[in-house]
Ligand binder design. Structure first.
Ligand SMILES: Cc1ncc(COP(=O)(O)O)c(C=O)c1O
Ligand SMILES: [Zn+2]
Length: 422
C-alpha cells in the first residue's frame, strides 16, 4: 500500500492514481505533486506527535512522507537532513536587520541540500525494486544520489557536464557511482538522461522530472516550521510588539526551481493539515546570468522562456528550469519575490558568510547575496524575521572560493621574514 493517494499535475490539475504515472503529466509534461493522505495523517497525528519524535534527520517526518523507512540501519542515508540553524547578529546589524538566521545545508552527508531529495528517491527506488537509478546533475544532485546509493548498495549512474567542479566529480567517483561526463551543458545531460533511462529501463531521479525529489526537499520546510515554533516564541517575547506579527521570510537560491518548490510544498502540506496558520514568505534568488524563473516572475507569467545560462554558480546554471512553474508560484503565492544578483555579489557573499564561520559554495552564497540586495532595496523591512538557506558547502568548489579572498603570502621559514611581513 503506497503512503500517498496519487499525483496531481501542476499545470492541468489532472489527478492520477499511484500506479498510473511515474514522472511528469502524460498530457502536458507538467510537474506532478505527490498528494499525501491528509485526512489519514490528520486523524492519526497531532503536530506534537511529530515534533516529539527524536530522529536527528529528515526521517523524523516519516509520517508525512510518501515512502516507508529505507532498508539498512544507521547509514548516511539515515543522516540526511536535520541541519542546524545559526543566528547571524553581526551580518544582521550590517544589513540593518534585527533578526537573521542561516540554515546550513552543507552539514548534509554529501554536503548539499540535495541529500534530502536523494534519500527519499533511494527509499522509493527500494520500494519499487529499481535495479539502477540514474540522474543528470550539475554535481550536487549526483553526489547526493551517489552517496545515498552507496549507503544502501543501490546501483547509480550519474550524467554531469564535463565542466562540473573537480571536487563534485571526485565525490561521484569516490561514492562508486558510474560517472558519465557529457560534453555539453547540464541541460544536454538532462535530456540525455531521460532518453537513456527510457531506453535501458533505469529509474530516473532527474530534478523536477521525478515527483519524489520534491517530497525530499519539503522536509526542509518541516524543519523550518519546527525551528520557527521555538524561535518565534523567544523572539516574540523579546522584541516584537504583540500586535505586530511579521511573517518569516525564507531566502533560497534557484536553478531548476525544485528546492524552492519543495520548500513551498512542505509549507503547503502543513497548511493543508491545519498545522500552520499562514505561509511564510518565500524569496527566490537567481544569478543574473541564469534567471529564467525570475524573468517569468517579473513578467507576471508562468511561461518559462529558456536563457543561455552563464554564471560561476554552477549549481544554478540552468538554461531551461525543469520546475519553473511551481518555482514562480512559490514566491507569487506567498507574498515573496525573485531577486537576481551578479556573480560579483555572489563572490562577495562567499567572503561575508566565511567571516561568520559558514563556508558556502557559490550557489549556496547566492541566497545571502539576494538578501543583501533585498535589504538595500527595502524589499524586506528591518523587523522582518529572515532565514537564509546555505544549500551547499564551499569545499565543493574551491576555485570559486579562492576568487573571494586574497591569496596568502609565502615566506622563508624565519622569524625575520614574519617580522618583515607584519
Ligand atoms: C548548492 C545548490 N544550491 C541551489 C541549487 C538550486 O536548486 P534547484 O535547481 O532545485 O533550483 C542547487 C541545485 O543543484 C544546488 O546544488
Ligand atoms: Zn497536466
Amino acid at each position: 500500500m503506497p503512503k500517498f493517494v496519487g499525483y496531481k499535475c501542476s499545470l492541468c490539475g489532472t489527478e492520477y492514481l499511484p500506479g498510473q504515472v511515474t514522472y511528469t503529466c502524460p498530457k502536458d509534461g507538467g510537474n506532478l505533486d505527490v498528494i499525501p493522505d491528509y485526512d489519514a495523517i490528520r486523524k492519526k497525528y497531532h503536530p506534537e506527535d511529530i515534533t516529539s519524535r527524536t530522529e536527528p534527520s529528515l526521517w523524523k517526518y516519516l509520517p508525512l512522507l510518501p515512502v516507508g523507512e529505507p532498508e539498512g540501519d544507521a547509514t548516511p542515508l539515515h543522516a540526511a537532513g536535520g541541519t542546524p540553524v545559526f543566528a547571524l547578529p553581526r551580518l544582521a546589524s550590517k544589513l540593518g536587520l534585527k533578526h537573521l538566521w542561516l540554515k546550513d545545508e552543507s552539514r548534509n552527508p554529501s554536503a548539499s541540500f540535495k541529500d534530502r531529495a536523494s534519500a527519499i528517491l533511494v527509499a522509493r527506488a527500494q520500494e519499487i525494486k529499481a535495479g539502477v537509478v540514474v540522474t543528470a546533475s550539475t554535481g550536487n544532485a549526483g553526489a547526493a544520489l551517489a552517496c545515498m546509493s552507496a549507503a544502501v548498495g543501490q546501483k547509480a549512474i550519474i550524467f554531469a557536464p564535463k565542466s562540473a567542479p573537480p571536487a563534485k566529480v571526485a565525490q561521484l567517483l569516490v561514492f562508486g557511482a558510474k560517472v558519465i561526463l557529457v560534453d555539453g551543458t547540464y541541460d544536454d545531460a538532462f535530456d540525455l538522461t531521460v532518453k537513456a533511462a527510457d531506453e535501458f529501463g533505469w529509474y530516473c531521479r532527474n530534478t523536477g522530472y521525478n515527483p519524489f525529489t520534491l517530497e525530499g526537499k519539503k522536509t526542509a520546510a518541516f524543519e523550518i516550521w519546527e525551528w520557527w515554533l521555538d524561535a518565534h516564541r523567544d523572539w516574540h517575547k523579546k522584541d516584537s510588539p504583540l500586535d505586530h506579527h511579521p511573517s518569516l521570510c525564507v531566502f533560497v537560491s534557484v536553478g531548476d526551481g525544485n528546492i524552492i518548490s519543495g520548500i513551498h510544498k512542505g509549507f503547503r502540506d502543513l497548511l493543508a493539515l491545519g498545522w500552520i496558520p499562514s505561509m511564510p514568505r518565500i524569496f527566490g534568488v537567481q544569478a543574473e546570468g541564469s534567471a529564467a524563473i525570475a524573468n517569468a516572475f517579473h513578467a507576471n507569467t508562468e511561461t518559462i522562456t529558456p536563457v543561455s545560462a552563464t554564471t560561476l554558480a554552477d549549481s544554478i546554471s540552468v538554461d531551461l528550469p525543469r520546475d519553473g512553474v511551481r518555482a514562480v508560484r512559490a514566491a507569487a503565492h506567498t507574498d515573496g519575490t525573485y531577486i537576481t544578483v551578479p556573480d560579483e555579489d555572489i563572490i562577495k557573499a562567499i567572503a561575508e558568510l566565511g567571516q561568520m564561520g559558514v563556508f558556502a559554495e557559490p550557489a549556496g552564497a547566492t541566497a545571502y547575496a539576494g538578501l543583501v540586495k533585498a535589504a538595500g532595496l527595502g524589499v524586506v523591512r528591518s523587523d522582518d524575521p529572515i532565514l537564509v538557506m546555505n544549500t551547499g558547502s564551499g569545499l565543493k568548489d574551491v576555485r570559486a572560493a579562492m576568487q573571494a579572498v586574497q591569496s596568502a603570502p609565502i615566506i622563508e621559514p624565519t622569524l625575520e621574514a614574519v617580522k618583515k611581513l607584519l
